[in-house]
Structure formats: C-alpha cells, structure tokens
Design a protein. Structure first.
Length: 358
C-alpha cells in the first residue's frame, strides 16, 4: 500500500468515529463528488459530436474507479428531468490512456430517456454515476494474430476501444474491419478510422458499407469472401443490431465468434403464449400485460421507476421476487413459477396472472 493510500485509509478510520451514521465518503462527496468512495462519480470534461446523433463524452472518474479491459461496458446513471435513469454503454477509449480519462460514445435513440440527454444536452462540468466495468467482449491477454471486426452503427464503440488499445500497444499487424452504416454521414469515428487505415494499409484493412446506398451488399459469406478472403481462419468480434448479429452467427464458426449485444437475444415464443394481470405489489398497482413485453417495461409504462441497469439480463440490478403466478424468461423460453423465486424483470414477461415485488 502506498503512503498516500495509507494516509487516506487512516484518515477515513478517524473520521468514521465522528461521522456516524454517515461514512466519511458522504461528506467528501459534498466537497467534491469525485472524492466519494461509496459510489463512483465521474465529471464530464469534454463532449465531441461524432455524427448528428452520436457524441463522445470524455469523463474524469473519481477515486473509486479501477481500470478496465478494452471492449467492456459500464452502467451510467444521470438525473434526467428529475428522474434517475440508468443505461449501459461501452467504453470507447483505451485503458492505456495516460491521462486517467475515459470516454463513452452515445447514440441518441428514438424514445430513449438517457441517450438523447447524453448525446444532445449533457455539458462539461456535469457529473454522472458509473458502475464497475463489466463484460467479456474483450481481446485475449495475448492479442489475436488476425482478428476480424464486424460492426454496425454504435456497435463500433467497444471495437474502437480495442483498436485504440492495439494502436497504443503497437500490435495492429493484420486487422480486418468491416463496418456497416446507413450513409457516409452516419459513420461514427470515421476520420480516425480512415486515418488508421491510411497510416497502415497493410496492417488495418477497413471496409465501410453504406447499407442505404444503391448496390450495397448485405452481410453474408459472399460479402465476406469479397472483403476478407481468409475470414474463415480468423477469430471474429461482432457488435451491432440484432439482425446483423443473427447473420454473423449463421456464417461464422461458433468457436471463432465473440458477440456483444445491446439487447438480449430472445427465444421464439411458444404458440399461444399469453400474458395476464400483473400485480405490482410494492406500488399496489395492477395492469394487464402481454406475454412478450418485459415486466420492467410494463412497470415503467404504468408510471413506476423500478431499479434497473443494463436492461438485458446481465447486471441483475432489477432482480425482483415472484410472489405467485408464472413468468417466462424471454431469452430461453423457460418459465419460473416457484413462489419466492428471484427473476429479472428486464428479460421476463408475464405467463398468465402474476404477482411480483415491484
């Protein structure tokens, strides 16, 4: 332990004696949110528009921050119009960045709550709350010899973290990157990507496909044959809309494929699957729900604000208790009907009448 860490630790021990019932971290937060250790705050240092609807935010994390691996994501929380909203975003910067800053790159989504705020309204000086870095969509400890990146839209963000890391390590040697975007103006990081490709054309081969331009080739084996003849012998990292990921999964050998999803993959619903009456016990609200809408969405549509994080069954922030009835996990199609069982409302729907602690 360093002398600085020891000093802060001992100071915290002494302060705890006079700060009960609040921890010293709560008082430090009043002076500077970045000094807090009971939660991780980050200050927006800069914003940079990547496209008309996507923006990179440069953040200075507080003392509780730890490093991450290129490709990982974090939960981000902010107060939007008086309501606390949490979503998950990939880190787009490299963990090797020397100034201690990190970036997230956010694309505004229609009907979204947090993404339009971050992409259009957030300003330097504001504070966000971060979760711990998570996820296994990462490069191996030893950089892959010949990676193939397949991205679309904002799915480029975790791969950008990887590319920046490889560049700082000096290990961009034989990388092929196929990126899909509707039009040229929609390509996030386009200047940096093209500069990387121009600086090392034999090491980083970039192909950008504009899907709404005439003659654009759809993703598939024939397209890969034209863009990367040896793709069958490469490990692939893919991130983007579900439709693209479904196609990638059909083409690329499973053992060679690494996928990052923005929404949970769903299993087909059984024939005749139906919802029912949903009793949200904590709020004493009863609503009707179909058999395909996650109960988190049902609760929010009823005007409630349940705790949540990733909204795709990864972080377990929204976990709730089933009091009676039955819910269906939309990822697997399996049902949960044991009273007292914990389930994830963000990926579970009503399978008949149900009573839950929400």
């Amino acid at each position: 332990m360093t002398m600085t860490a020891t000093f802060w630790s001992r100071l915290g021990d002494v302060a705890s004696l006079v700060a009960t019932p609040l921890a010293p971290s709560h008082y430090l937060e009043l002076v500077n949110p970045l000094w807090s250790t009971h939660k991780l705050e980050a200050r927006i240092e800069d914003v940079h528009d990547e496209t008309a609807d996507a923006r990179s935010l440069t953040l200075r994390p507080g003392r509780a921050w730890r490093s991450f691996r290129a490709g990982q994501h974090v939960r981000v929380s902010a107060s939007v119009d008086g309501r606390r909203v949490t979503r998950t975003y990939s880190l787009s910067s490299s963990p090797l960045r020397r100034d201690g800053l990190v970036t997230i790159t956010v694309k505004a989504t229609d009907g979204g709550r947090l993404s339009p705020y971050l992409a259009r309204r957030a300003r330097p000086g504001e504070h966000l709350t971060l979760g711990k870095p998570q996820g296994d969509f990462v490069l191996p400890a030893q950089a892959p010899v010949r990676p193939l990146f397949v991205t679309a839209g904002s799915g480029i963000t975790p791969v950008m973290s990887m590319l920046r890391t490889l560049a700082l390590e000096g290990t961009v040697r034989d990388v092929v990157h196929v990126h899909y975007a509707p039009r040229a103006k929609d390509v996030i990081f386009v200047r940096e990507l093209r500069r990387m490709a121009a600086d090392a054309p034999s090491s980083y081969r970039l192909s950008i496909v504009h899907t709404r331009e005439p003659g654009a080739a759809r993703f598939g084996a024939p397209a890969l044959d034209a863009l990367c003849a040896d793709w069958r012998h490469r490990d692939a990292w893919a991130c983007g809309p579900q439709s693209l990921l479904d196609e990638v999964a059909r083409v690329v050998e499973p053992a060679r494929l690494h996928v990052e999803r923005f929404v949970a993959a769903r299993a087909p619903l059984p024939a005749g699957a139906a919802g029912g009456k949903v009793h949200l016990r904590v709020s004493n609200v009863e609503v009707s729900a179909d058999g395909a809408t996650p109960l988190l969405h049902v609760a929010e549509a009823a005007g409630l604000s349940p705790a949540h994080g990733c909204r795709m069954g990864l972080c377990h922030t929204c976990d709730a208790t089933l009091n009676s009835g039955c819910v269906r996990d939309l990822r697997t199609g399996q049902t949960i009907d044991e009273p007292g069982a914990r389930f994830q409302p963000c990926v579970c729907a009503a399978a008949g009448d149900v009573d839950v602690d929400l």
